[in-house]
Design a protein around this ligand. Structure first.
Ligand code: TTP
Ligand code: MG
Ligand code: MG
Length: 406
């Protein structure tokens, strides 16, 4: 791949490994701007997050295996001329996009928009896309195991600490983008920043075949120039309401007091206000973590525990910890399990199904306490170990697919 074919990074002024040493007073002031709204959580600018998204993914895979498609307006989907006008566009290449075609559009509309001589329909081959996606993921896992897949063609990587020992997140991202291009012949775009929201805004800003780096002190300026509809969760209805308030860009949004946004848009307003100020504390949740079957906490006690009150105090503490862990992952658990061991090493585990999936410490505690009371004979010998585990997870799909789409 020729370096010249790559755009130079859109925004990249200082590198993060030098951040502490080069922090200027201007930089300090701009970071301060992001924290001064006291309704909002404290910003965290210390992570290095990459969001990578493949360009016209299905269409590019098809072109890669059949180069004749390259200069055609390629639409992935069933040809509506052969099936009574039905079907939608899964995606299309950038040639087709020039004619105004896009994902989820009725395929028949693509037929109307694109000249017949240029238009080609290819039926999707999901097996192939899954196998290409698996290869991309294997490259990502050579960098870090903190990979959170959002779709077949898109993932977040937390590279704050990475297997390459590379401090510069942008270098890690460039390496990944190059590898995908040289080994798979496919283009991608990435955004690098200190949180997921900015990294994703960055990868979209750069598309296609682009790189965007948004450093902490650049966030205000970058967000300021974004159109309001680019912010996650701003659909046509919210966009209209914002326009009525005279808000068209991120800069307009930054001028609105947090409480105004929260009052008008409730939870979404709270996220909008955070976004306006470059705040997004969501962690990158590793796919391996998402596939976990249970999360638990247990501890041994020396001296042993002889009173119910003391045991329940520990159990209450575990339940609080489990609530935090599940909320971090947008998980809800439907089963609570306790484990108790006495001084004779007799061990018992008991489980209880909740009436509905929950991420509340109080639900966990109610069940854990009832289960514990069934083992109260263990108190006589003295309890050496207590554990509480929650399992039978349901992921909060609503939040996971799009946290901001209320
Ligand atoms: P996207 O990343 O949204 O789109 P894209 O990769 O085709 O184009 P871009 O360069 O803008 O990223 O989606 C990834 C794949 O998911 C896409 O190639 C096809 C599929 N897809 C659908 O099947 N239906 C849809 O509505 C969308 C948006 C995507
Ligand atoms: Mg894509
Ligand atoms: Mg995508």
């Amino acid at each position: 791949m020729k370096q010249a074919m790559l755009k130079s990074p859109n925004i990249c002024h200082i590198e993060w490994d030098q951040r502490k040493q080069t922090i200027s007073s201007k930089l300090q002031r701009n970071i301060g701007f992001m924290n001064k709204q006291n309704l909002l959580p404290q910003n965290d600018i210390h992570r290095r997050i990459i969001h990578l998204d493949m360009d016209a993914f299905y269409a590019s895979v098809e072109t890669q295996r059949n180069p004749e498609l390259k200069n055609k307006a390629l639409v992935i989907g069933q040809d509506p001329r052969n099936n009574g006008g039905h079907g939608v566009v899964a995606t299309c290449n950038y040639v087709a996009r020039k004619y105004g075609v896009h994902s989820a559009m009725p395929a028949i509309k693509a037929v109307k928009l694109i000249p017949k001589s240029e238009l080609v329909f290819v039926r999707p081959d999901f097996k192939k896309y899954r196998s290409v996606s698996a290869k991309i993921h294997s490259f990502m896992h050579e960098i870090t195991d903190k990979v959170e897949s959002i779709a077949l063609d898109e993932a977040y990587l937390d590279v704050t600490h990475n297997k390459l020992g590379q401090n510069l997140a942008v270098q890690v991202a460039i390496g990944l983008q190059r590898r995908i291009r040289t080994e798979l012949g496919l283009n991608s775009s990435f955004g690098v920043s200190y949180n997921k929201f900015l990294a994703k805004m960055g990868s979209e800003y750069a598309k296609p075949f682009g790189r965007t780096v948004i450093l902490p002190y650049e966030a205000k300026q970058f967000l300021g120039m974004q159109k309001i509809e680019k912010f996650p969760g701003v659909g046509p209805k919210t966009q209209e309401q914002l326009h009525e308030m005279g808000i068209y860009t991120g800069a307009d949004l930054q001028k609105v007091a947090d409480f105004v946004l929260i009052k008008k848009f409730k939870k979404m307003g709270y996220f909008l206000a955070q976004h306006a100020h470059g705040i997004d504390l969501r962690p990158v949740i590793a796919d391996s973590d998402t596939n976990r079957k249970s999360i638990g906490m247990e501890r041994t006690y020396e001296p042993a525990i002889y009173t119910r009150d003391e045991a329940l105090t520990h159990i209450r503490h575990y339940c609080k910890h489990l609530e935090d862990e599940l909320k971090k992952r947008n998980f809800f658990a439907q089963t609570v399990v306790i484990k108790v061991r006495d001084n004779d090493f007799d061990t018992v585990t008991k489980r209880r199904k909740l009436t509905k999936p929950s991420n509340s410490q109080y639900d966990y505690y109610d069940s854990a306490r009832e289960l514990f009371d069934k083992t109260s004979n263990f108190l006589e010998k003295g309890i050496r170990l207590i554990g509480v585990t929650v399992t039978d997870f349901k992921k909060d799909e609503y939040q996971t697919i799009n946290l901001f789409d209320y």
